[in-house]
Design a protein around this ligand. Sequence first.
Ligand code: ATP
Ligand code: MG
Length: 255
Amino acid sequence: VAVIAITGKGGVGKTTVAALLVRWLVSEGRGPVLAVDADSNANFNELLGVTFLSTVGGIREEARALVKIDPGMSKQDFLGMKIRQALVEQDGYDLLVMGRPEGPGCYCYANNVLRDSINQLASGYRNLVIDCEAGMEHLSRRTLLDIDYLITVSDPSVRGLHTAGRISELLEELRTRVRHRCLAINKIGAAEQPLTARQQEAVAGSGFRDIFFLPFDPAVAAMDSTGGSVDGIGTDSPVRKGVAAMMRKIIIEGK
Ligand SMILES: Nc1ncnc2c1ncn2[C@@H]1O[C@H](COP(=O)(O)OP(=O)(O)OP(=O)(O)O)[C@@H](O)[C@H]1O
Ligand SMILES: [Mg+2]
């Protein structure tokens, strides 16, 4: 399984990119995909156009409160079953919503078993797409999986680019292993418009070697105003093409 994690500061377009990525993987026959919403303010489902009933956080609370399980069923089996029930099953992909994060230093039994169940579940997929919460801390606590492709999304602002650099740096200090990392600068004005000298400096200082540009796309704004899924973004819209080009470079050409 290839693990693709989307990170970056708040509001830069992580969930939009993550949803477009799931669509791209499925349309290219690169499923089955497991979409994981690791943002406690879960809305990955909205951009995918589906609804969910339960979250991993909810299951953890339930398991903690639980005294008696059916005789003949271990807690491990019970939690594994609950996780499978929480999956939103779609054509080519499934969605799992993490929900409320565990508190810091939560090493409760249910949590460890849940991690095992999720890691085991993940092995049944070809690709995992994790929509992370803004910032980096959660990524390390929420999964024990190594990351194959870490996509840090940023807006083109100089401050935003600096933040992207810091997020990437922070990762170096974490236990999580990352095979490939890249920077996706989203909401770029016009594709041919070069970055200003200050922006270029910020990009150079961010420490990323692989940089991709995703255009600002009115189709995304239009979709947003109606609250629809990314299916409202036409197949030949600039941002969809940008995501496809980025994915081809990263995954197929192995950049
Ligand atoms: N390429 C784009 N062109 C135009 N608008 C965009 C583009 N990408 C994202 N947006 C808009 O930016 C806003 C934030 O997008 P999104 O929710 O995907 O960001 P996020 O990083 O997941 O935010 P959060 O940190 O709150 O989870 C939305 O209004 C979205 O429609
Ligand atoms: Mg989001």
